[in-house]
Design a protein around this ligand. Structure first.
Ligand SMILES: [Zn+2]
Length: 335
C-alpha cells in the first residue's frame, strides 16, 4: 500500500479559519493556545518541508494536526481523521497488490441485504447477578450461560423498558429478546425477534467456522442449554469445549441459507430437535441443509434422550439429563 498521491496536508491558515481565528498575516500571530497580547506564534516550514507552528513562550511546537489535537483535546489520530474530513481531504490508500483495472471496478449495484438492514438495541455484557438470574430462570448450569456470553452469542439489555436477555452474534444480523423475569411480551410471545433481523440467519454460524462438532438448536433456551452441554463435555474431557460450536435458528420454520454454511468445517453436526411436530419437520429440513459429503448429520429429538421431554433445555435441566446426552453423543461418534 502507498499513501494516496492526491492527499495533501491541511495548512495552518485553513485550520485557523476552521477554528474561527483571525487570519494569519505574515509569519507571526497571537498564539491561539494562550491569552496572548503579542504575536508569539510563528508558522514556518520545518526542515522536512512540512509546515510547523511554534509558540515562543514554549506552549506549542508541532504541525497542523498537533495543533488541532490540542485545540480539541483529542489524540493525533483523531485529529488526522477529523481535520482531513472537515477540509474534504481524501485519506484513503490505494491497494497496490490489486491490478489497476480492478481498483476502478464500480461497486455492485445491489448491496447485500445485510448491508442495509440490521436490528439495533444497545447490548451489554451484564454482570454476575444477571448470569446467576438467567441460569436459575433456565435451570441451567452457570458455566453454560457464561460460555454463551464469552462467545458473544448472549447479551443483556432493555427491550420495551424491561430487562431482557438477547441471543445474537457478531454478524449483528439477528437479535431475539426474552424477558429476564420469564414472563411473555404482550400476551403470549415468549421471544421477540427484533425489527431488522434476518429471521433465517443461523445464529453463531460465523463463530462456528473452525469447530469439529456443531450443535444446531431451535431457539435461545436450547442454545443456552447446548452451551451447558459443551461446557460439561469440556469439563469431563469428553470433547474439547473449544472445538464445539453452538448455532441456532429462532424457530422450526426457519431455514439456514446454504451459502452461509459453506464455510463450516464441522465433520459432525448434531441437530437438537424439539419433540413436537413442527420441531421434527424443521429438523428434517435442517439435516438436508447441513448435509455434505464428508459430514455426518444426526437429528436427536429431546424425547429420545429422556422420554416425555420436549426440548434440550428440559433435558439438560432434568436430573441425569446431561449424563444421558453425553452418553448419547458418545454412542454417535463410535457409530
Ligand atoms: Zn502559546
Amino acid at each position: 500500500m502507498i499513501a494516496n498521491p492526491f492527499r495533501r496536508r491541511p495548512t495552518f491558515e485553513e485550520l485557523f479559519v476552521l477554528l474561527g481565528l483571525p487570519p494569519i498575516k505574515g509569519r507571526n500571530v497571537p498564539c491561539p493556545l494562550h491569552a496572548d497580547k503579542r504575536p508569539s506564534f510563528s508558522v514556518f516550514i520545518g526542515s522536512n518541508g512540512i509546515e510547523r507552528g511554534k509558540c515562543f513562550t514554549g506552549c506549542f511546537n508541532g504541525d497542523v494536526y498537533d495543533l488541532y489535537a490540542r485545540a480539541f483535546r483529542c489524540d493525533r489520530k483523531t485529529a488526522f481523521i477529523e481535520l482531513n474530513r472537515a477540509l474534504g481531504i481524501a485519506t484513503a490508500t490505494f491497494q497496490l497488490e490489486r491490478p489497476l483495472h480492478e481498483r476502478f471496478l464500480p461497486a455492485p449495484k445491489t448491496a447485500p441485504r445485510e448491508e442495509r438492514l440490521r436490528p439495533s438495541l444497545p447490548l451489554e455484557l451484564g454482570d454476575e447477578r444477571m448470569v446467576v438470574d438467567l441460569s436459575s430462570l433456565r435451570r441451567l448450569h452457570e458455566g453454560g450461560v457464561r460460555l454463551a456470553l464469552e462467545r458473544g452469542l448472549l447479551r443483556f439489555g432493555h427491550y420495551l423498558k424491561r430487562p431482557a436477555w438477547i441471543m445474537t452474534d457478531k454478524s449483528g444480523l439477528l437479535m431475539q429478546a426474552r424477558r429476564m423475569d420469564g414472563q411473555t411480551w404482550f400476551k403470549e410471545s415468549k421471544a421477540i425477534t427484533l425489527k431488522g433481523s434476518d429471521a433465517n440467519h443461523l445464529l453463531g454460524v460465523g463463530e462456528a467456522a473452525e469447530a469439529d462438532l456443531l450443535f444446531v438448536c431451535e431457539g435461545g433456551p436450547d442454545m443456552l442449554a447446548a452451551h451447558a452441554v459443551a461446557y460439561e463435555m469440556g469439563l469431563l474431557k469428553a470433547f474439547p469445549e473449544e472445538r464445539i460450536a453452538v448455532t441456532g435458528l429462532m424457530g422450526a420454520t426457519m431455514r439456514p441459507r446454504r451459502a452461509t454454511l459453506a464455510g463450516l468445517k464441522a465433520k459432525q453436526v448434531v441437530i437438537w430437535a424439539h419433540a413436537d411436530k413442527s420441531g421434527l419437520e424443521g429438523a428434517k429440513e435442517w439435516k438436508r441443509c447441513f448435509w455434505a459429503k464428508d459430514r455426518k448429520v444426526d437429528v436427536i429429538p429431546a424425547n429420545e434422550i429422556v422420554p416425555g421431554l420436549k426440548d434440550l433445555n428440559d433435558v439438560v435441566s432434568s436430573a441425569g439429563g446431561l449424563a444421558a446426552i453425553i452418553a448419547k453423543l458418545g454412542g454417535l461418534s463410535h457409530a
